[in-house]
Design a protein around this ligand. Sequence first.
Ligand code: BTN
Length: 266
Amino acid sequence: MPAPPAATPPAATPPPGALLTDLVARLSTVSAIEWIAETGSTNADLLAAGVPVGQVLLTDSQTAGRGRRGRVWHAPAGTSLMGSVLLRPTLAPASWGVLPLVAGTAVVQACRALLPGVDPARLSLKWPNDLLIDGVKAAGILVEAASGTAVVGIGINVDWRGVERRDGVRATSLAEAAGEGVDRWLLLDHLLTSLDAHVRHAEGDPGGVVQRYVGDCGTIGGQVIAHGTTAVQGTAVGLTPDGHLRIRADDGRTHTVTAGDVEHLR
Ligand code: BTN
């Protein structure tokens, strides 16, 4: 029997205009939403001078997608929801470090809301803000700050069924968790609504961000290894008020990890 044809990504279709009009009218953190079929990086585009606060840029395909820690973010065209929003949060400078956690909470809650048939416990965050489904990455977030503004870039794997993973990368998608296709524009609705609510909540109560985040974070309480200048292995015991990860190492000493990646150990 011949092999089935490779899954073809759906044609790039822009979001419905009525949805965009509704989101702009409803959400105070969103002033305009633009969709383009392809760009280099939506984060880079919004970091350019002259972009108004509240601008959202969505795309179907990026040729130079940026990941955290200088990595490349790759997603085949038509498989993902990718975009960025330019925010000017009314947060004290000392609280800006929690924005990646705010965005992570918004993403995991939006994805759970989109997938009512999926056990919410299957979706969690790996510190600081990778969305995992059953322990496998399904979305990433890159927050980049410049001149009193923050660009929050989000890439969510919507439907990667039939997509070949590059170089042994482990990745899953919302459709694979649901066992069926999902509506990417309904996801956009949930995502921007959730981000708006969580940013406003953070502005009103910056001290509560970490408390709201920990319930969705699967890292806390687990065995981890943090990769930084020196690797730290132990139990993730909690977060500092700034959102930094506290790890109690196997020798009993507690380390604070301010940035980087952690690996969940079984
Ligand atoms: C990561 O997990 O490393 C973060 C990935 C962030 C990817 C998104 S896709 C939309 C936005 N534009 C970019 O260039 N990167 C972010």
